[in-house]
Structures are given as structure tokens and as C-alpha cells.
Design a protein around this ligand. Sequence first.
Ligand SMILES: Cc1cc2nc3c(=O)[nH]c(=O)nc-3n(C[C@H](O)[C@H](O)[C@H](O)COP(=O)(O)OP(=O)(O)OC[C@H]3O[C@@H](n4cnc5c(N)ncnc54)[C@H](O)[C@@H]3O)c2cc1C
Length: 594
Amino acid sequence: MSDYQAPLKQMRFTIEHLAELPEVLALPAYSSVDADTVEAVLEEAAKFASGVLAPINWLGDRQGVRVVDGAVQVPAEFSDAYARFCEGGWPGIASNPDYGGQGLPKAVAVACDEMWASANVSFALCPELSQGAILAMDRHATEELKQQFLEKLVSGQWAGTMCLTEPQAGSDLSSLTTKAEPIGDRYLVSGRKIYITWGDHPMAENIVHLVLARLPDAPAGTKGISLFLVPKYKLNLDGTPGPLNDVRAVSVEHKLGIHASPTAVLAFGDEGGSEGFLVGAPNEGLAAMFTMMNYMRLGVGVQGVGLAERAYQKSVAYSRERVQGRAPGERGRVPIIRHPDVRRMLLLMRSLNQACRAVCYYTAGCLDRGTHGVDEQSAAPWMTRAELLTPVAKAWCTEVAQELTSLGVQVHGGMGYVEETGVAQFFRDARIASIYEGTNGIQAIDLVGRKLVRDGGATVSAFVSDMRALDAALANAGERLAATRAALAKGLDEIVQCSSYILGAERKDPELASAVGFNYLMLVGNVIGGWQLARGALAALRELEAGASDRTFLEVQVVMSEFYAEQVMPRNLAYGATVRTGSRSTMALAAESF
Ligand SMILES: Cc1cc2nc3c(=O)[nH]c(=O)nc-3n(C[C@H](O)[C@H](O)[C@H](O)COP(=O)(O)OP(=O)(O)OC[C@H]3O[C@@H](n4cnc5c(N)ncnc54)[C@H](O)[C@@H]3O)c2cc1C
């Protein structure tokens, strides 16, 4: 029996009411997707996650991975699970049907992503990266490359990676030095990439590396970066994997968490050059890579949700079993779930994580509508909103995941700190999520610089207006949602004030975006999360009034919103006050004075 059960009811509710699946399914692109298909996919994904992936999560953490003779070895159980994952058609559920995908909306696939991450985040990273590579190739590669590579990637027979980072080029990709020399219609790529997730492994027959590199005459900085496809094995004339392509796994990192996900140092072209193919236009590789990075950023937010959900489930089970102390008004010793402080932690975990889930699923729904809208005019605002939400989903949800997986340890007391309970693994596995795919500090700068300042606050303002429009319905709900209503109104006021403060001050203070960006992002995430829980509470009240049978579940939605309004929304005041103090005290010490 697995210790992970997918929260299917909560996921269905979120997909339908908060990611607005009915509107997404009304798009012509999804005319062949019906509610029964969605239900069947969710049910089967839940079985696969709890029956196949979750049972090998702990084993992967213990065994880890290693390099033997220039190749990475992973636990055999992972290779078996990957084969079953591919047999089930899971790699391609949301991929383009032209290449064998099932073309489901992201608003549905995101729930599967959450299940994979909850069950086994190390495993989940492999197909997640392949998906990102597929999307980037589908948008930017030549027809010939698509024909050669996409079907195999969509089926999972081949896997994808993302090769950006070099020792001197982490957050700052402008300093990357990997080279690509043109030879006929292809390129010889040489250089060293570090930290490459699933950079090498035996689970797939070939590995398709998407590599950022520089052409010989490329300008310095980010404007001289191009994107190349470099397969692990060159292709034979019939398209099957042939000889090795001079890509070698030098080593894998020993890390705090995600032990079963190989984080490899890859050497390209040590013996003359790895054969590569240009993807997109020369010197415009970073823009092409952003397709993959943005996809992955939402995926990393979802990893946070998955890990926090698993930590919550374990914490609830433990707090029902562990008997300790006495509670007011009760006879004898009680399970710790009776103690108000434990209840505070559990409800914080449940409500904050549901808010994060809703932010991620809603972002997925915006992407579906932005990508497949009937015309440019109706699609564009959804894409703009998805772009605004991407750094929030990535950074806010992963910051929250640090807090919630840590609370999972706390609920277990000393047993949380020892490894045997498994809850410490979720805490360790979650830690990377705020670092990779652009650290959360970099996400905050993106939110302020590209999403707020660039259009003078127009996108943020339009979203705030939409969120404010919920006020009338909350007022109609009466006393039950009065705290929710007041907290949302105050939170939106904070966003407005902080946005206009930043817009007014950023020209005079070049350090402002980086100094206050993080707290601005936390404010925006926290308020959007509150808005989503308020929408959930209203939907639940409507269903209760209509006589729905699952009253306990619906009541939980209302209580989560009330609790969040009273216990989490007050954080907005602190975030807002911090933003409005600007960079002065943050930058008051000279670097030498630390
Ligand atoms: C387990 C793991 C898996 C990874 N997988 C991949 C992968 O598959 N592919 C890949 O290409 N990379 C991968 N990475 C690399 C990852 O994306 C980088 O580690 C990350 O982008 C940060 O870069 P860095 O480590 O060089 O940190 P640095 O850039 O050195 O940052 C250090 C600190 O300085 C801050 N900082 C840096 N620049 C600025 C700035 N301009 N303004 C404000 N703050 C700044 C950062 O926020 C951070 O707090 C992985 C890393 C790990 C650990």
C-alpha cells in the first residue's frame, strides 16, 4: 500500500472551478477532449503515481546514481518504471498530436505533473525536461529536425535535457563560452556544461540535449547565444541511434536532495566535437530556450505543490497516530492532531498549498487559452497573463514549499528529523526548487522588470481589476465570507500601492527592483492565492446551496478560505511595508562591511 494518495477530489475541483477547464475545453483545439477522457486520465495517473512511482521514491533517495565508465547508472527500478510510464502513453499526454501526442490541455496535464512530483520528484524531472525540449523544438526547430526527433521524444523512447549552465555562467548566461563551429549543414559543439538534470542515463535509447553555445563570430553577451540540438548518439540513415556523439558524463553531483535525479557534468566535444544542429535563428538561441525555460518554471512551481502535498498527507497520518499530552476539555492523552498548534500547522499546509495549486493550475489554463485561442485578439491577453504568472508560480509556490515541507518535519517532532519517516526527504527534495530554473531572486527581478515596469503596470492593473470583480459575489455571500472579502480587498490595495511605488521610484533607484522584488513577488503570490481560495469558497457555497452530497469536502473549501484570510493574508501588510521602504537600508552597508 502506497503512502501517497493523489488528492483527486481537490484536483478536480481546482481544474474545474479555478483553472476554468470548461472554458478551455470550449476551444476548437480541444474539441475531441471530453469530461470522461479527463476523468479517466486523472484516475489512471493517480494509480500510476501511487502504485508505481511512490513506492520507489525512498529507494531512489537511498541508492542515488553513479557514473561508471563515462555513463550514468540509475536504480534498475527507475528504468522499469520509465518503461511502464512510456507504455502507458504518459510522456505525450499534452503533446502535439502531429507527433503522436494526445493533445490534452495543460490545465489537465498539470494535475498529472503534480502527481508525478508528489510520488517521486527525481523521476518526474526526466519526462518534464523532455516535455520542455519538445515544446522548444516544436516552436523553433526546422521541419527536418522535427521529423527526425519529435515522435521519439513524445513517446518517451528518447529523452530531452536542457544544457545552459557552465561554471562561470549560472544566473548570468551572457558569459557562457561553449562553442559551435559550422561544418556544412551542421555544427561541432565543444565545451563543458554543469548541473545538467538527467544529463545521462540508461532509461531512454537516446538523449536529445538542447545546448546553448556561441558561433565563431557571435557578438558578446546574450545577443550572441545560439541554440543547438546535440544527440547523445548520432542518428543512422534510418533514423535509429548510431555511434556515440562525443558527449560524456564526467561526473554527477552529490546533493542535498533529489538523489535519484542525475545532475551531471557533461563534456561536449573532448574528442573533436559533438555534432549538433541549429534550432531557431543564429544568435537568437536564448529566446528559443525561453520557450523551454518558461515551461519548466511552471513545472518547478508544480514540483513545490507536489512535495508539499505529500508532506501534508504524511503529517496528517502521523498526527492521528502519535499520542502525546492532554488537550483542553478531553480525557486522557490525545493524538497530537487535537492540539491547536498542530492544527494550525496542518491547516496552514493544506490551505497554502491549495492556494499554490490553484495559482499553478490557473496559469496552465491561461497558457491553454493563450496558445489555442480562436484568434490573436482573444488569445493575447491570456498569454500576457500567463507570462505575468509564470515567475509567481515558480517562485512563490517554491518558497511556500520550503515553509510547508519544513512544517511537515515539525509536525513529526524528532521523528521528522530522522530519515526513517521519509518526511525529511520531501524537505530536502523541495530545497532545489527555489534555486534551479532561475533562482527565486531572478524570478522576482523578472516580475518587476519585465512584467510590471515594462508596460507601465498595465498587465498587473488589469489582473487586479479582475480580482476586484469578485467583491460583489463575496458581499452577497454575507457574514460567512466577510473576513475573506476584507482581506482580499486589503491585499489588492497593497498590490496597487506597491506597484505604483515601484513604478514611481525605479528610474531614480537602479537597485530597487532587485532590493524589493522578492517581497513584491511574495505579496503578489499571496494575494492571488487568497483570490483563488475565495473563488473556491464561493464555488463550494454554490454547490452546497444546490444540495451537493459531498458536504464535508465543500465545507473544507470554505474553511480554507476563512483560515487563509485570517492567518495568511495578514502577511501582505509586512510584504507591502517592506517593498515601500525601497532599497535604502538593504544597501546601507558597504560590501566590505559584511
Ligand atoms: C540539482 C540542480 C539541477 C540543475 N539542473 C540544471 C539543468 O538541467 N540545466 C541547466 O542548464 N542548469 C541546471 N542547474 C543550474 C541552475 O539553474 C543554477 O544553479 C541556477 O540558475 C543558479 O545559478 P548558479 O548556481 O550559478 O548561482 P549564481 O548565479 O552564482 O547565484 C548565486 C546567488 O546570487 C544571486 N544572483 C545572481 N545573479 C544575480 C542578479 N543579477 N541579481 C540578483 N541576484 C543575483 C542568485 O539569486 C543566488 O542567490 C541545476 C542546478 C542544480 C543544483
